[in-house]
Design a protein around this ligand. Structure first.
Ligand SMILES: [Fe+2]
Ligand SMILES: [Fe+2]
Length: 292
């Protein structure tokens, strides 16, 4: 990506900021017909049990799972901000990449505040990350080199972008959430553009082994994200019995729909630098049910 293009992205970020405080109609309460997550994106939709739920339970399932999604974004973005802050120290302050990353940090911090406010507005109580998630999140953030962390970030951004688009374009979505996802889509589009171009340089130089490692880093980031959404605690909260049993059915159900809905962009990206090969393809199929 040439410096002029990055300057253009910095300029847009400065001249057209979207402030969550004013852009989102926080004062609006959910309307009687408003939903929080499209039904088809909830983990139980598609299973027989879903049809036995009351309409209130369906609504609650959407609300609580959406809270889980937002909380996962906020946590993921916070981890990425930690990395970006350290990465900034390796770049001179007048460097164009340094200046873009500062804009990205400013926006990501606003997003995290916005996500937190949305969770409060929804009266949500996120289920905290498992010990495994915490360990891998902190470990990879601290020890992986910059190119691997940018690979991880783009995978999360591309996947969450699709997820947010499904939510914001669905009819009857609570307006606070619609505007929140609108804002996020606009600002993330710039981050995605920048990161994709940055990674083009890395992936062009990468040989077979490095491409394989990049591909695995992306795969594990997506797996990491997907497994933060479905929680048995939520089934318990909405009054479902046998919630442990239910989780065993919901996890593969969600894996299937997640693969059908959310992977298109990231598959194209990995394919563009030949990240699918004999050493990676089987894992994408097995762990993510990806059609590669
Ligand atoms: Fe963000
Ligand atoms: Fe971002």
């Amino acid at each position: 990506m040439d410096a002029n293009e990055i300057e253009r992205l910095i300029k847009i970020s400065k001249e057209h900021p979207l402030m969550p405080e004013t852009y989102i109609p926080w004062h609006l309460d959910p309307g009687a017909d408003d939903i929080f997550l499209p039904e088809s994106m909830t983990s139980l939709h598609g299973l027989e049990i879903y049809d036995t739920l009351t309409s209130n339970q369906k609504l609650e399932l959407g609300r609580q799972e959406l809270v889980q999604v937002i909380a996962s974004y906020a946590w993921g973005e916070c981890l990425f901000c930690l990395f970006m802050t350290r990465h900034l120290l390796t770049l001179p302050p007048d460097n164009v990449e340094h200046r873009f990353l500062l804009r990205e940090l400013i926006e990501e911090f606003r997003h995290q505040e916005m996500f937190g406010q949305a969770i409060s507005r929804l009266g949500g109580k996120p289920v905290s990350q498992s010990a495994t998630h915490k360990f891998f999140g902190m470990f990879s953030n601290k020890y992986l080199p910059a190119d691997y962390l940018f690979m991880g970030s783009i995978s999360v951004e591309l996947v969450t972008d699709i997820y947010g688009n499904c939510a914001r374009t669905s009819p009857n979505i609570y307006p606070v959430l619609k505007k929140m996802f609108d804002l996020h889509a606009v600002e993330e589009a710039r981050h995605i553009l920048f990161t994709k171009n940055l990674l083009k340089t890395y992936s062009e130089k990468a040989g077979y082994i490095k491409r394989t490692l990049y591909s695995y880093v992306i795969l594990f980031n997506i797996l990491f994200l997907r497994t933060m959404y479905v929680k048995k605690e939520i089934y318990k909260r909405i009054g479902l019995e046998n919630y442990k049993q239910l989780y065993k059915m919901a996890a593969p159900n969600f894996k299937k729909k997640f693969s059908e809905t959310c992977l298109t962009g990231i598959i194209q990206f990995v394919d563009s630098w030949k990240g699918f090969n004999g050493a990676t393809r089987w894992a994408w199929r097995w762990l993510l049910a990806a059609k590669v």
